[in-house]
Design a protein. Structure first.
Length: 165
């Protein structure tokens, strides 16, 4: 899934249980692995420096810059959409933290490439295990499926009151 999808879902989760922020943040973090198990489209990472399996040294080149821009824009869009869609339901800071918590597992994959020690090794193994091995290959279908998924999540969450007050 894109970071946008993860961020919006993380913001949605914490908005459902605003009186239990720690639980909401833990569920937002865990949602990343659940979403990665759904067939989806991942955009290509151009720089070997950012691929968890490569173990390549950091190489500051145009591929890394292009990836940093793509990943940064994707994460920023997810956080912005989460705030736009769910901040009226609760704390702006909590929704932003929920979006960040849902994005965090992908950040930890990069940290793992630079520091392959526990608990990151176990977390990376779990991430690899949870991630669907055969994703969607057609770009249009991959984008449309994630947009439809997000619309369903947003409509569902915005039509129910917070679950725990």
């Amino acid at each position: 899934m894109t970071l946008t999808t993860h961020g919006v879902v993380g913001g949605a989760i914490v908005s459902l249980i605003p009186t239990f922020p720690v639980l909401g943040l833990c569920l937002a973090f865990a949602s990343h692995y659940l979403l990665d198990a759904i067939p989806h489209l991942d955009y290509q990472i151009r720089s070997a420096s950012l691929r968890p399996q490569s173990g390549a040294p950091m190489k500051y080149d145009t591929a890394l810059l292009a990836d940093a821009i793509t990943i940064g824009a994707d994460a920023a869009l997810g956080i912005a959409l989460a705030l736009l869609l769910f901040s009226a339901r609760g704390s702006i800071a909590l929704v932003a933290c929920g979006a960040l918590a849902a994005i965090l597992p992908d950040v930890l994959q990069f940290v793992y490439t630079r520091f392959p020690h526990e608990p990151l090794v176990s977390l990376q193994n779990f991430h690899r295990w949870a991630h669907i091995s055969k994703g969607i290959k057609q770009p249009i279908l991959g984008i449309v499926s994630q947009v439809i998924f997000l619309v369903v999540i947003v409509v569902a969450v915005r039509t129910v009151p917070p679950l725990i007050k």
